[in-house]
Write a protein that binds this ligand. Structure first.
Ligand code: PEP
Length: 254
């Protein structure tokens, strides 16, 4: 059975102390309120990760993720952070291919394929983000965009490597806009993604892959989205900065 996951993406928010206190609140609420087998992942800025990993030690319902990692193993890349460094502080996941990185930092499918390889080599599990822009949806190109993001970004992996990924479908027009994809729109794409995975690998690999929805997800719309057969949780931006909202979203799987 595939895992149910709710991952928070803090983006470039919260200073060190603010981040620590939000994380402590989240841990305490999870301890008291989360009763199912769902996993919470907090993807904080790099600066917080080591301390958050100390706070999370010995607690198996919450894991940590970075929001990016460099494609090279190490070297003269001033200002960058390697997958090995991230892994060395006890972080399990890394978001790759978020639309903000594609848009503002020019990350291409080709570059993301390299980042995926380096992350996996260093035992970091990628949360690989895909999704179409509004323009692409309006031009009815959304299935083609998703198909090529998967084909060029992750379908070079073998089945065992692919099995370590979490896929996040995030329509760009729904991120941070307050406009959510309807549960039917999201389910349609999730089913398509799973079908592509089955065609590339096998039905078993497809059935085992966790596919998250992201884009203005909140405690009000999460129950309907997560009730769809191919939606296995969420990647949460804005609402992950409020402990109550984040844990309420997580509790949809109680
Ligand atoms: C995101 O950044 O991945 C995201 C889904 O943001 P928001 O929930 O704020 O739309």
């Amino acid at each position: 059975m595939r895992k149910k996951i709710v991952a928070g993406n803090w983006k470039m928010n919260l200073d060190y102390n603010e981040g620590l206190s939000l994380f402590s609140e989240i841990i305490n609420m999870i301890k008291d309120e989360v009763t199912g087998k769902q996993e919470a992942i907090v993807c904080s800025p790099f600066i917080h990760l080591h301390s958050l990993a100390q706070l999370a030690k010995g607690y198996n319902k919450i894991s940590l993720g970075a929001q990016n990692a460099h494609q090279a193993e190490s070297g003269a890349y001033t200002g960058e952070i390697s997958a090995k460094m991230i892994r060395s502080v006890g972080v399990a996941y890394v978001i790759l291919g978020h639309s903000e990185r594609r848009q503002y930092f020019g990350e291409t499918n080709e570059l993301l394929a390299k980042k995926t390889d380096t992350a996996l080599k260093n035992e970091l599990k990628p949360i690989f983000c895909i999704g179409e822009t509004l323009q692409e949806r309006e031009a009815n190109k959304h299935f083609d965009v998703i198909k090529s993001q998967m084909a060029e970004g992750v379908f070079h992996l073998d089945a065992a490597q692919f099995g370590k990924l979490v896929i996040a479908y995030e329509p760009v027009w729904a991120i941070g806009t307050g406009v959510t994809a309807s549960s039917a729109q999201a389910q349609e794409i999730h089913a398509f993604i799973r079908k592509e995975i089955a065609a590339k690998y096998s039905q078993q690999v497809a059935d085992d892959t966790t596919i998250l929805y992201g884009g203005s997800c909140n405690p009000t719309n999460a129950p309907e989205l997560f009730a769809q057969p191919d939606i296995d949780g969420g990647l949460i931006g804005g609402a992950s900065l409020k402990s109550r909202d984040f844990v309420d979203i997580l509790k949809v799987f109680n």
